[in-house]
Design a binder for this molecule. Structure first.
Ligand SMILES: [Zn+2]
Length: 87
């Protein structure tokens, strides 16, 4: 997880070897497990990951309906619950 490493947090990527096998597929799509080297980094890493997930939501993954507040998967163009258009 380059983001964590950039923040100075030492991590191990359990599935790191997969990256060489899948070519250009972004690492975030392959459920790479991040293992913190030292548990003292946990809260910092959690905060970064929460931020990362928030950013990801903004960029077209899962979304929340503005009409009814239901969570929708990325592939839905309209809300599964109330059929409101994706914002
Ligand atoms: Zn809705």
């Amino acid at each position: 997880m380059q983001m964590l490493q950039d923040a100075g947090i030492p991590v191990l990527l359990k599935n790191d070897f997969i990256q060489g096998a899948i070519g250009e597929i972004p690492a975030v799509d392959n459920d790479i497990e991040v293992w913190l080297v030292d548990d003292e980094w946990r809260s910092r890493a959690d905060a970064l990951l929460a931020q990362w997930e928030a950013d990801r939501d903004v960029h077209g993954y899962a979304w929340v309906c503005t009409e009814c507040g239901e969570d929708n998967e990325a592939e839905f163009g309209v809300c599964w619950s109330c059929q409101a258009s994706r914002p």
